[in-house]
Design a protein around this ligand. Structure first.
Ligand SMILES: [Fe+2]
Length: 144
């Protein structure tokens, strides 16, 4: 059960890291396609931000505390912190690879939830996997 809890904490940290990076890009993107990028990253960060609270509450439902600090998130996630301002297409490429990190973690969490017969959590994670597959499609299309 501890393995599932730890993986859910990684789901939270990955999602928060991807949320923060898309919000950063929403603020700072420049160039002739500014309106499209600004809006796309805006929709992306809003979707991810909306997922953060339900993920943390799933961790509480597993009777563990939810991590909620920059330090803990950085320990838990493999998503690299962004301190530069890349071009719009590079922003999309970076988020595409970050999205793959989130998907891998979600898939591992799903398998663990299955192992512990947590059907509600499996359903929740399947929903997140679905949404991130859609993010992958859009980010892939923008990256080309
Ligand atoms: Fe905004």
């Amino acid at each position: 059960m501890e393995t599932l809890v730890e993986m859910m904490k990684k789901v939270l940290a990955d999602t928060f890291a991807m949320y923060l990076k898309s919000h950063n890009y929403h603020w700072n993107v420049e160039g002739p396609n500014f309106p499209q990028y600004h809006e796309f990253f805006g929709n992306l960060y809003e979707e991810l931000y909306g997922a953060v609270d339900p993920i943390a509450e799933q961790i509480r439902a597993l009777d563990s505390y939810a991590p909620g600090s920059f330090g803990r998130f950085q320990e838990l996630t493999d998503i690299q912190d962004e301190t530069n301002v890349p071009m719009g297409t590079d922003m999309a490429r970076k988020l595409l690879s970050d999205n793959q990190i989130v998907l891998n973690t979600l898939n591992m969490a799903f398998k663990l939830a299955e192992q512990f017969d947590k059907q509600g959590l499996m359903d929740f994670l399947a929903g997140r996997i679905d949404v991130h597959n859609k993010h992958a499609w859009m980010l892939r299309s923008i990256s080309k």
